[in-house]
Design a protein around this ligand. Structure first.
Ligand SMILES: C[S@@+](CC[C@H](N)C(=O)[O-])C[C@H]1O[C@@H](n2cnc3c(N)ncnc32)[C@H](O)[C@@H]1O
Length: 264
C-alpha cells in the first residue's frame, strides 16, 4: 500500500474542496469555539494587527480573529470555499475581513504587509510546503508571528496514517511531524517559540463523512484499521462505541516569529 508515499501526485485541492465547501462551513471541528480560541491564543493577536489567514477555507479562523484585530484577509485557492467564508462573515456581521483568491505558494501580497499570518488545517495540502512557509515569512513584517495548526501524528504513526489520509482525501499531500515543522521553519529563518503536539479523540466516521468518502472505501479503511501493527494500535487506540468509531488524532500548534533585524 503506497497511497501515502511522497512520490504520489496529489489530487487537486480545488476539485476536492469545491465539492464539500458547504459541509466545511458547518463542520463541528472547524467551527469549534474552544479550538479556535486555543489557536488564536497561540497567535498572540492585538488590536492594531493586520492579519492574513492562509487557506482560510470557510473562513472560521478569519472570522474569529477579526473582532480582536484591525483587519483580516483570508486567502484560498478554492472559489467555492471563499463564497462560504464571505457568507459566514456576513451572517456574523463581521465587516473588517475580506476574502481573496490566491495560492499559499505564491501569495498575492507585498513583502512585510502583515503582522500575523495564520494557517490552520491546510499545510498538509500544500504541494511545496517549504515554499508556502517562505511566502508566509516574506509577507510578515519583522517581529511578526506565523501561527500554524495542522494534522501532525507522532513519528511512529505518521506513515501508517498517511494511507488513511490519502484514501479519505486524495488532495492530502503529507502530514509533518513536530520535529519536521521545527526544522522547516528554522531553515526558513523563523525563530520557533512554541511547538506542541495536541492529542484529541477523533470521530473517524464523521471525519470520513466530511469528505464524502464512498462506502466501499470506508469499508476498506475499517479493514485497514483492523490490520494495523501493534505499535500503531497502541498509539491510536482504535475503539467502537455504539455505532461510532474513534481513535486518537493529533495536531501540531506552532508559533514562529520572523526575527527583527539583528536577530531579536
Ligand atoms: C480544511 S480546509 C481549511 C480550513 C480552514 N483553514 C479552517 O481552519 O477552518 C483546507 C483549505 O485549504 C485550501 N488550499 C489547499 N491548497 C491551497 C493552496 N495551495 N493555497 C491556498 N489554499 C489552499 C483548500 O481550498 C481548502 O479551503
Amino acid at each position: 500500500m503506497t497511497a501515502g508515499g511522497p512520490e504520489r501526485e496529489a489530487a487537486s485541492s480545488q476539485e476536492r474542496f469545491a465539492e464539500v465547501a458547504a459541509a466545511y462551513r458547518r463542520s463541528p471541528f472547524h467551527q469549534d469555539p474552544v479550538a479556535l480560541e486555543a489557536f488564536l491564543a497561540v497567535a498572540e493577536l492585538a488590536p492594531p494587527h493586520r492579519v492574513l489567514d492562509v487557506a482560510t477555507g470557510a473562513g472560521h479562523v478569519a472570522v474569529a480573529a477579526a473582532p480582536r484585530v484591525a483587519t483580516v484577509v483570508g486567502v484560498d485557492i478554492t472559489e467555492q470555499m471563499l463564497e462560504q467564508a464571505r457568507d459566514l462573515a456576513a451572517e456574523r456581521e463581521v465587516r473588517n475581513v475580506e476574502f481573496v483568491p490566491g495560492d499559499a505558494e505564491r501569495l498575492p501580497f507585498p513583502d512585510q504587509s502583515f503582522d500575523r499570518v495564520l494557517v490552520r488545517a491546510a499545510p498538509h495540502h500544500f504541494r511545496n510546503l517549504a515554499r508556502a512557509c517562505a511566502e508566509s515569512f516574506r509577507v510578515l513584517r519583522p517581529g511578526g508571528v506565523f501561527a500554524v495548526c495542522d494534522t501532525s501524528p507522532p513519528p511512529i504513526v505518521r506513515d501508517w496514517l498517511e494511507y488513511v489520509e490519502v484514501r479519505r482525501d486524495p488532495s492530502h499531500v503529507r502530514a509533518r511531524v513536530l520535529e519536521e515543522w521545527r526544522a522547516l521553519l528554522t531553515a526558513i529563518g523563523f525563530a520557533v517559540e512554541h511547538a506542541e503536539r495536541v492529542e484529541q479523540e477523533w470521530d473517524v466516521l464523521a471525519w470520513f463523512g466530511l469528505m464524502r468518502v464512498p462506502e466501499p472505501v470506508v469499508r476498506e479503511l475499517l479493514d485497514y484499521y483492523d490490520t494495523a501493527p501493534q505499535a500503531v494500535r497502541g498509539a491510536i487506540l482504535p475503539q467502537w462505541r455504539e455505532d461510532r468509531f474513534y481513535h486518537r488524532y493529533w495536531h501540531a500548534t506552532v508559533r514562529a516569529r520572523r526575527p527583527l533585524p539583528g536577530g531579536r
